[in-house]
Design a binder for this molecule. Structure first.
Ligand SMILES: *Cc1c(COP(=O)(O)O)cnc(C)c1O
Length: 372
């Protein structure tokens, strides 16, 4: 939690005191646990929250009362509208039809509901296509129970293609100018995800929407000096054995020992979020040493070549993501990052983080000031 506060402070320093900071806490705060993360963020210098769907928004409302602006990145489905309007959660509006439905529900509840409109400048997911956006968004002004609190776009490749992103930004600003010329000045414009925040300061506008960076990770293609990863992902050694040349390890017998080796069986598998794609590829830390996963990852257990860590014992800590000190001698520290694990698993750090299993299977343990 101290790392989270530190990262928020670094982002705040980058954007200055005037720019709003919307903390993206979808997917259970990127696997870190929404309740603890949101509780901490509510005591930091953030202005708003964003989530993906209504259930996540309602969870935030339970945690933080009604005061916080909460934006849904997805469209609200029609059966969700009564609850959404009741709880003052802002949906993302991408069509006139959606807006009409929200307006009708707001009228039914005799209130005005704040919404945000999204302009699609290249993401191809939700939002009004930019060519016709100003005209269509202009029509929303006629809906008396809607209050348009902001307009945003989302960049598909701010991590790897800054020029493209610059053009998408220009297109977005043009839509805002067209609307302003038509007498509809947007109270708030925003665009920047973590990659844009790091790579293109022009995208800061009135508010930024970092997710990954809050959690201390940097998209590939960006540099984020000084940010601290929040999360470690750990298990324990449950069994140690020696095998001789010719022994096979795990399902499918994809690993055959070439010589005498020490093998540690570790208490986690793909049901914990240690992807099966990591079979025969990933490394883990034991005793401060990198040890390779051998054989297929199974549901509950993995096997690791512990020949590099000859002192290994049952009960020893195994680090999948995070740091571990080498106890003997010079106390050097080894580290595996979520990005490195993502490389082994052919995916991205985002999926690694939110793929760590929830609930009793992988308990979240918090530390730092005010950790519960
Ligand atoms: C997830 C998301 C973000 C945050 O993205 P990061 O790359 O994690 O910073 C911002 N905006 C939208 C619309 C998103 O869906």
């Amino acid at each position: 939690m101290d790392a989270l506060r530190h990262n928020v402070a670094l982002i705040r320093r980058r954007i200055g005191p005037q720019t709003k900071l919307m903390a993206v806490v979808k997917a259970d705060a990127y696997g870190h646990g929404l309740s603890q993360v949101a509780a901490t963020l509510m005591q930091c210098d953030v202005d708003a929250f964003a989530v993906a769907n209504l259930n996540e928004a309602l969870e935030l409302r339970r945690l933080g009362g009604r005061g916080w602006p909460v934006l849904l990145f997805g469209s609200a489905l029609s059966f969700e509208l009564p609850k959404l309007v009741e709880q003052d959660i802002a949906p993302t509006i991408s069509t006139l039809e959606e807006a009409t439905l929200v307006n009708a529900e707001a009228e039914r509840q005799k209130k005005t509901v704040g919404v945000q409109v999204e302009v699609d400048t290249g993401m191809g997911r939700v939002g009004f296509w930019y060519e016709d956006a100003a005209r269509q968004i202009g029509q929303l002004a006629a809906l008396p129970h809607l209050r348009i609190d902001g307009m945003y776009t989302h960049f598909p490749s701010a991590d790897v293609n800054v020029n493209e992103t610059r053009q998408e930004l220009a297109v977005f600003i043009r839509v805002a100018h067209e609307l302003e010329a038509a007498g509809m000045k947007m109270p708030l414009l925003h665009a920047a995800n973590s990659a844009a925040l790091l790579n293109l300061s022009d995208t800061t506008l009135g508010m930024v929407r970092p997710g990954l960076l809050l959690y201390g990770l940097c998209p590939i293609g960006c540099v984020a000096p000084g940010f601290h990863p929040l999360l470690s992902f750990k298990a324990r050694v449950a069994f140690v054995k020696t095998v001789e040349a010719g022994r096979t390890i795990s399902y499918g017998q994809t690993f055959v020992a070439k010589q005498h080796m020490k093998i540690a069986t570790v208490t986690a598998g793909y049901s914990d979020g240690f992807s099966r794609n990591l079979s025969n590829r990933a490394e883990v830390l034991i005793g401060g040493k990198r040890c390779r996963v051998v054989g297929r990852v199974t549901m509950d257990q993995i096997m690791v070549d512990a020949s590099e860590a000859p002192e290994v014992h049952c009960g020893d800590e195994v680090v999948f993501i995070g740091r571990q000190t080498c106890p003997n001698g010079n106390k050097t520290e080894a580290e595996i990052t979520a990005a490195e694990m993502a490389g082994w698993a052919d995916t991205i750090a985002w999926e690694i983080l939110c793929g760590i299993t929830k609930t009793t299977r992988v308990p979240r343990v918090y530390s730092g000031a005010n950790a519960a």
